[in-house]
Design a binder for this molecule. Structure first.
Ligand code: NAD
Length: 494
């Protein structure tokens, strides 16, 4: 079926993808099963497309295609610079189709279109151009060895990579795996989140157009319990790159351990954002608001625990409450929208359950938001809670919605202790004009990424990943390539 056969109109966007089909071996293929899943526009609750629930047999077919493409295809053996040229072309095609991809992403996730365009589509293209450049720089080393011999190392691809990704940044978090995995010469089977599979399917088509050989990138849609489970158990998979919740990640790591399959785990977060009393307060307040409302709080690195030094607490809280109350919430396809709906009803209900924990003396006080909005779609008002005990689930657990707790501290030591007091360690922010304090606190925070005097900015050149229960392995930067390469030593007798 050609992609133009089915056009489903939603808002002004068009989804030009064949419903119910999987992308395997460079072409659209029917699922072996009959189960389908509706993809819903979160701003209206309306179905925009139906996708296949891939069966274990479909997953096996995709892994076999990836295996064939790895073992006998030209991808692994071609010059890394030629691989890079195809990935550069992919970056170019993604830029040329950025508007369509951004609209699909907004339709699927509820992300404001301005962000989908500026952040999601651009970053996706940049993943390909950045790793295209690094492909040609993959190199081994010669080593001074004992005896009359030559010792050198080769950096080799692993084989078939399984990429399993979450709903909140579908394009970015899939291509942060796919681009370095392909640059290193691997082949990939991608299972996007069940709720948000649209851009994954379209990107697979674009990569074929860019010249990627058949079977090098395959996409199977569907839920975690069947498709995800079948993929993470498959003995034909040589690495699993997972982004998602700590709960599912630890299950997958246990499954993978049985096959001795290495895993990369990008998991949950509960990041602290610290405001010292010498900070530029306008900047800090702005960063605090955007740090928790960005992507409607469905941001693994969201600054959801604001820690404020006592002397500026009242002023910062007032600024944050004003910002949270006035931030433009609305239709994701309106250019002026900053906060869209949550990605689905189940995500919104989960946030409501957390907010319901604020229930009387000693459980906190809501000073902004606190309710879902009385309109069509899955909208939650940006919510600010104060006076919450540090051991409350509101402070310790990942809520994954636009909910901020604000706590007060007196000393630098206390701020560090509070910041490090959850099981997570994904990111943290700090705001101060004191240079020594900035570096001292950055070193003391137990998190994989620290922002000083800003919050939430990512760059493809800087690695990110978790400490503690936020996972292990790194994405972005040259470090990401290491996850998809293995080292072989060669000893040549002379
Ligand atoms: P999730 O863990 O529910 O799902 C992630 C993926 O795993 C989905 O594709 C899902 O279908 C699949 N899955 C579910 N059960 C499975 C199973 N038994 N076997 C194999 N796969 C299975 O996560 P989510 O709700 O989609 O995303 C939100 C979570 O992701 C949050 O915890 C967030 O912090 C985390 N996240 C982390 C990062 C990071 O970089 N560390 C980035 C974004 C999101």
């Amino acid at each position: 079926m050609s992609t133009s056969d089915t056009l489903v109109e939603a808002h002004s966007a068009q989804v030009a993808l064949p419903p119910g089909q999987l992308y395997i071996d460079g072409q659209w293929q029917d699922s072996t099963g009959t189960d389908r899943r509706d993809v819903v526009d979160p701003s209206t609750g309306r179905v925009v497309m139906t996708v296949a629930e891939a069966t274990a047999e479909d997953v096996d077919r995709a892994v076999q295609a990836a295996r064939r493409a790895f073992d006998s295809g030209p991808w692994r053996t071609m010059s890394p610079r030629d691989r890079g040229a195809i990935l550069h072309r992919a970056a170019q095609l993604i830029q040329e189709n950025a508007e369509e991809l951004a609209r699909l992403e907004s339709l699927d996730t509820g992300k404001p279109i301005a962000f989908s365009r500026m952040i999601d589509a651009n970053t996706t293209a940049e993943h390909f151009s950045y790793f295209a450049g690094l492909a040609g720089a993959i190199e081994g080393a010669t080593r001074g060895i004992r005896g009359p011999g030559l010792g050198y190392t080769r950096r080799e691809a692993l084989g078939v990579v399984a990429a399993i990704t979450p709903f909140n940044f579908p394009m970015i978090l899939s291509t942060s795996k796919i681009a370095p995995a392909l640059a290193a010469g691997n082949t990939v089977v991608h299972k996007p989140a069940e709720d948000t599979p649209l851009t994954a399917l379209r990107i697979a088509e674009l990569l074929t157009e860019a010249g990627l050989p058949d079977g090098v990138l395959n996409v199977v849609t569907g839920g975690g319990a069947v498709a995800g489970d079948a993929l993470s158990r498959h003995t034909g998979v040589d690495r699993i790159a997972f982004t998602g919740s700590t709960k599912i990640g630890s299950m997958i790591a246990a499954t993978a351990a049985a096959n001795v399959t290495p895993v990369t785990m990008e998991l949950g977060g509960k990041s602290a954002n610290i405001v010292f009393d010498d900070a530029d307060l306008d900047e800090a307040i702005q960063a605090a608001v955007s740090g928790f409302v960005f992507n409607t709080g469905q941001f693994c690195m969201g600054g959801t625990r604001l820690l404020v030094q006592r002397g500026v607490y009242d002023q910062v809280l007032a600024g944050v409450v004003a910002g949270a109350t006035h931030v433009p919430v609305g239709d994701p396809l309106d250019e002026g929208t900053v906060v869209g709906p949550m990605a689905g009803e189940r995500h919104l209900q989960n946030v409501e359950r957390f907010v319901a924990l604020v229930d009387g003396e000693g459980t906190g006080r809501i000073v902004a938001g606190g309710k879902r909005l009385d309109r069509e779609g899955f909208y939650m008002a940006p919510t600010v809670v104060v006076d919450v005990p540090n051991d409350s689930r509101l402070v310790q657990d990942e809520i994954f919605g636009p909910v901020l707790t604000v706590q007060v501290f007196d000393t630098e030591e206390e701020a560090i202790a509070l910041a490090n007091s959850t099981p997570y360690g994904l990111a943290a922010g700090l705001h101060t004009q004191n240079l020594s304090r900035a570096h001292r606190v950055a070193a003391a925070l137990e998190a994989g990424l620290i922002w000083v005097n800003t919050y939430g900015i990512l760059d493809v050149a800087l690695p990110f990943g978790g400490y503690k229960a936020s996972g292990y392995g790194r994405e972005n930067g040259p470090e990401a390539l290491d996850e998809y390469l293995q080292t072989k030593s060669v000893y040549v007798a002379l």
